[in-house]
Design a protein around this ligand. Structure first.
Ligand code: HEM
Length: 166
């Protein structure tokens, strides 16, 4: 039963589905006319309002999600080798900033843009999908409602073309 629920979840909130729901989300909430200076580097403009940020249990909840997520990606046999030489403290800090910013929280993102950050890593679609699954599991563990999870995934999905090598 749990396994069924998990596989249904993974199908429903796959990044392909997230791309589709991005259109619906954008139709509900207009994007800001002048994005904050963080937006180009963060890879997307933030979700409007603070409902999604609150659904993540604000900054403390986002910190818990990212702590758990980093534990998952660094032990996931599909992608852990990618993080062997990474500065995990820096990655943790920047991911919290990025998720806080994108979910509409009171944060700015101070890291590199998504293309520069992943250049030369030779990342593939499979890497991206594995990381997205790990993020979903971390959000589940925090009890983030699926609707809020999908709003964030819809912001992340279009970054795939910047992150995956061509
Ligand atoms: C939507 C998907 C992703 C997002 C939002 C994301 C976000 C980030 C951020 C914010 C940074 C830090 C940038 C900086 O240092 O200034 C980063 C670095 C990095 N990312 Fe990603 N990333 C994504 C996908 C991936 C994937 C699929 C992999 C590999 C499986 C990956 C591996 C890395 C590595 C190895 C670093 C460098 C860490 C270091 O050198 O210290 N990322 N990413």
């Amino acid at each position: 039963m749990t396994q069924l629920r998990l596989s249904v979840r993974l199908v429903l909130s796959s990044l392909a589905a997230a791309v589709l729901s991005a259109a619906a989300a954008n139709a509900q909430t207009a994007e800001p006319a002048t994005p904050s200076p963080s937006a180009p580097a963060a890879g997307a403009t933030p979700i409007q309002g603070d409902a999604v940020y609150k659904a993540f249990h604000e900054r403390d909840g986002i910190q818990r999600v990212i702590d758990d997520f980093i534990g998952r990606i660094t032990s996931d046999p599909r992608i852990k080798r990618r993080f062997e030489d990474a500065n995990l403290a820096r990655l943790n800090l920047l991911l919290v900033q990025q998720v806080c910013y994108l979910t509409g929280g009171p944060c700015d993102y101070s890291g590199q843009d998504m293309r520069s950050a992943h250049q030369g890593m030779g990342l593939r679609n499979d890497d991206f999908n594995a990381l997205a699954e790990d993020l979903q599991l971390a959000m589940d563990k925090e009890g983030v409602p699926f609707s809020a999870q999908n709003r964030l995934l819809a912001k992340l999905a279009p970054m795939q073309r910047l992150i995956v090598a061509h």
